[in-house]
Design a protein around this ligand. Structure first.
Ligand SMILES: [Zn+2]
Length: 138
């Protein structure tokens, strides 16, 4: 029986859904899908400059697993750069620490531990989307 893959913890969802190419004429690029755990590995190692040991603790994975995720992430980013392809942040075997929401009225993103009667802290709107659902649905 194959061992069940453990989900990787993500602290903060990406502020954007992906990145698109610039300066390519006359063709639509096919996308590279960067899974959320791959995004998180790059964020922790290359943006926050954590060690692989520290990042593995944050993501609740072993150090070798973190290294594999990171290598795949860098390979995908390099592919997007070199081949001129859009990067889309989506999917993966992940869970979020908290419930994350985006306000449809003022576009603010925020987290909340509550499960219901949630309102935007900026404009008090209840017209919200769950970023957890957005990023974890394939
Ligand atoms: Zn709002």
């Amino acid at each position: 029986m194959p061992r069940r893959k453990r989900n990787r913890r993500i602290q903060v969802p990406p502020v954007i859904k992906g990145m698109s190419v610039f300066g390519v004429r006359g063709r639509k690029s096919n996308e590279v899908i960067l899974h959320l755990e791959e995004y998180e590995a790059i964020r922790l190692l290359d943006y926050q400059n954590l060690t692989q040991e520290e990042a593995a603790v944050f993501m609740d994975v072993s150090r070798p697993t973190l290294t594999r995720i990171y290598e795949e992430a860098r390979n995908k980013v390099a592919t997007a750069f070199v081949e001129g392809r859009d990067l889309i942040f989506r999917g993966g075997d992940i869970y979020f620490d908290k419930n994350w929401y985006k306000c449809n009225d003022c576009k603010a993103s925020f987290s909340d531990y509550a499960e219901e009667n949630i309102k935007c802290p900026v404009c008090q709107s209840d017209n919200l989307i769950s970023l957890n659902d957005y990023y974890t649905s394939e």
